[in-house]
Design a protein around this ligand. Structure first.
Ligand code: GLU
Length: 541
C-alpha cells in the first residue's frame, strides 16, 4: 500500500504554526514511506474562505519548503481538482446516494427552532444531539411556502464508534453522543465533515494526521465511511500547541494583545471610546467597536492596531516568523520537535533526516509548549551553520518582505561582509538590522557608564583627537591595513589595544559593543570614523 497523506487547510486565514506542523508531519510521514503528500484547499465555507488566504497558505508552504506531490499547481495527478469548491458534482453524487440508501434526509428547522431545541435540552440538563424530526407532507409544504431551504443531515450510526488512533490509542465515542450531522448546508455546499470524507477517499489518502482539536470530528467521519461502504484511512491526532503560559496558542492571541494595547492607550488619553483609533488606522468604527467588545478577532485589524501603537503582537503565523527573520529550515526543525522526537537526543535535522526518522509512534499525546526562546536559539545556530550563499539568500528574502531596513540599498558584496561579521552574533536575520544600525546612523548619545570607564578615566578623552588623526592617516583602509597602523600607533605610545578599541567603539556606536574593531572600522567610511571620533570628543569634553 502506498502511503498517501494530505494537508487540508481551510483558507480562512494565513497559515499558523500549528497548521505548518501538521503539514510538516504529513510530509515527513509520506517521505518516510516513499509515498505521496497532497495539498487540498478546503474552501466550502463560502463566507469565511478567501482566495487571498489560499494564496497565502500556498506561499507559506512553499517558503517552508513543504512541497506537495499532488495539489494546486501540480499536473501529474488524476485525483484533482484540489480546491473543494471545484468538486461539488462529486459531493452531490454521494449526497444522493446516501438519500437513496436511507442514510441522509432533509431537515427543515430554522436557526431559531434549533436554538429552542438546544435550550430545551439544556433546561432538562441533557446534551443536545439532533435526531431526525418527522414532518407531515402538509408541514413540509408550509415550510416551502415560507421560503425555507432544507439542509441535508446524515443519520448517525446507532452503535458506538471507536477511533483506532495511532497516537492516542483507542478512543470510544458512545452512540448516544453521536448526532445527525449536517452534510449539505442551505447554500447547497457540503459541510467540512462531508467533503473531507469524500475527498480523502477519492484521493486515496491512507493516513490522516490532524490536530487533536479535530478528535471529536473523526467519529462523524467514520460513520460516513461506514454508510458509504468505504475503508477509512488511519488516523493520528497531533498534540495541541500551547503558549508558555499554558493557554492554547491561537490566532486570537493577537487580537487579545492588540485589544489590551488599545485599552491602555485609551486610558492614557482619558477616554473610553475609540474614534481616535479608527481614524488613525482608517478602520470602520463599528467594526473596531465589535473588536474591542471581543465579538470579532480579525488578525488584520489586530495588526493595524499593533503597528499604530507600536506594540509587538505575539508571533503565531508562519509569516510572522518570516518577517521576524527566522529561517524556514530552523522553523521546520523546531516544529518537528514540537510534539515528536526522534530519540537519542537528536535535535538538529534537515527535512531529509527528519523524514528518515519520522514515525507516529514517537508523537506525544500531551500538549506541546511553544518556546520562542528555544526556537530563536535554534535559529541562531542555523544562521551560524548556513553557507554564505544560503545566508545571503535568506537575508535577501527577509529584506524583500520586511518593511524598513538599513540594508535595502546595500550592494550584495558589501552585505556579504556584514553577514559574515555578524553571523556569530545574530539569532534572527532581523538582529543584523538592529545590531548594525550604527553603521548607518551616528550615535546620538554615549552610554554614560561606558564613557566614564573607557574615555573619561585614564586619559582617554585627551587621546581622542590624536586617535582621530591616526585613523585619518591610515593609508591602507582594509582590516589588515587598519590593524597594523593602529597597532603600531598604540605600541609607540605603550598603550594596550583595549585603550584604543573601547574608546573607538564608544565613539562609533555610543556603546561599548561591536564586532571586532578592525573589521568594524573597515566596513565604515574613513572620514565618517574621523568625524565620529571628533564628535565624541566634543560631546564628552
Ligand atoms: N479543513 C480542516 C481544517 O483546516 C482540515 C481538518 C482535517 O485535516 O481534516 O481544520
Amino acid at each position: 500500500m502506498t502511503v498517501r497523506t494530505r494537508f487540508a487547510p481551510s483558507p480562512t486565514g494565513s497559515l499558523h504554526v500549528g497548521g505548518a506542523r501538521t503539514a510538516l508531519y504529513c510530509l515527513l510521514m509520506a517521505r518516510n514511506a516513499q509515498g505521496q503528500f497532497l495539498l487540498r484547499i478546503e474552501d466550502t465555507d463560502r463566507k469565511r474562505s478567501t482566495e487571498e488566504a489560499a494564496e497565502g497558505i500556498i506561499r507559506d508552504m512553499k517558503w517552508l519548503g513543504l512541497h506537495w506531490d499532488e495539489g494546486p499547481g501540480t499536473e501529474n495527478s488524476d485525483v484533482g481538482p484540489f480546491f473543494q469548491s471545484q468538486r461539488l458534482e462529486l459531493y452531490h453524487k454521494y449526497m444522493n446516494q446516501l438519500i437513496e440508501s436511507g442514510h441522509a434526509y432533509e431537515a427543515w428547522e430554522t436557526t431559531e427552532e434549533l436554538g429552542a431545541m438546544r435550550d430545551a435540552a439544556m433546561a432538562d440538563k441533557r446534551n443536545f444531539r439532533y435526531r431526525q424530526v418527522h414532518y407531515t407532507p402538509e408541514q413540509i409544504s408550509r415550510f416551502k411556502a415560507e421560503g425555507r431551504t432544507p439542509i441535508l443531515r446524515f443519520k448517525a450510526p446507532n452503535h458506538d464508534i471507536v477511533i483506532a488512533d495511532e497516537v492516542l490509542g483507542n478512543v470510544r465515542v458512545a452512540a448516544e453522543d453521536l448526532e445527525d450531522i449536517v452534510i449539505r448546508k442551505a447554500d447547497g455546499f457540503p459541510t467540512y465533515h462531508f467533503a473531507v470524507v469524500i475527498d480523502d477517499h477519492h484521493m486515496g489518502i491512507t493516513h490522516i494526521l490532524r490536530g487533536q482539536e479535530h478528535l471529536m470530528n473523526t467519529p462523524k467521519h467514520l460513520g460516513l465511511y461506514e454508510a458509504l461502504g468505504w475503508e477509512p484511512p488511519r488516523n493520528a491526532h497531533l498534540p495541541l500547541i500551547f503558549n508558555p503560559n499554558g493557554s492554547k496558542m491561537s490566532k486570537r492571541d493577537k487580537a487579545k494583545a492588540a485589544r489590551a494595547a488599545a485599552r491602555d492607550a485609551a486610558k492614557d488619553r482619558g477616554t473610553k471610546t475609540y474614534e481616535w483609533l479608527a481614524e488613525a488606522i482608517s478602520w470602520d468604527l463599528d467594526e473596531l467597536n465589535q473588536f474591542m467588545k471581543k465579538k470579532y478577532d480579525g488578525v488584520k485589524l489586530a495588526e493595524a492596531i499593533g503597528a499604530y501603537l507600536g506594540v509587538d503582537l505575539p508571533m503565531i503565523e508562519v509569516m510572522d516568523f518570516r518577517k521576524g527573520g527566522y529561517l524556514p529550515e530552523a522553523l521546520n526543525n523546531y516544529l518537528a520537535l514540537l510534539g515528536w522526537s526522534p530519540g537519542n537526543d537528536l535535535e538538529f535535522m534537515d527535512l531529509q533526516t527528519m523524514s528518515e526518522k519520522f514515525s507516529t509512534d514517537r508523537v506525544n499525546k500531551t500538549a506541546a509548549k511553544f518556546d520562542t526562546v528555544k526556537l530563536t536559539s535554534m535559529n541562531g545556530e542555523y544562521i551560524r551553520q548556513a553557507t554564505p550563499e544560503r545566508l545571503m539568500e535568506a537575508f535577501q528574502d527577509w529584506l524583500q518582505i520586511t518593511g524598513e531596513s538599513h540594508f535595502k540599498d546595500v550592494a550584495p558584496e558589501r552585505l556579504a561582509l556584514f553577514l559574515e561579521l555578524y553571523r556569530p552574533r545574530m539569532s534572527t536575520l532581523a538582529d543584523l538590522d538592529k545590531q548594525a544600525a550604527f553603521f548607518f546612523e551616528a550615535p546620538t548619545g554615549y552610554d554614560p557608564k561606558a564613557a566614564k570607564k573607557f574615555i573619561l578615566k585614564g586619559g582617554g578623552l585627551e587621546r581622542l583627537p590624536e586617535l582621530a588623526e591616526a585613523v585619518g592617516a591610515v593609508s591602507d583602509w582594509t582590516v589588515e591595513g587598519i590593524e597594523s597602523s593602529l597597532k603600531a600607533w598604540a605600541e609607540a605610545r605603550e598603550l594596550g589595544m583595549g585603550k584604543i578599541a573601547q574608546p573607538l567603539r564608544i565613539a562609533l556606536t555610543g556603546t561599548s559593543v561591536s564586532p571586532g574593531i578592525f573589521e568594524t572600522l573597515a566596513l565604515m567610511d574613513k572620514d565618517e570614523v574621523v568625524r565620529r571620533i571628533e564628535a565624541c570628543h566634543a560631546a564628552l569634553a
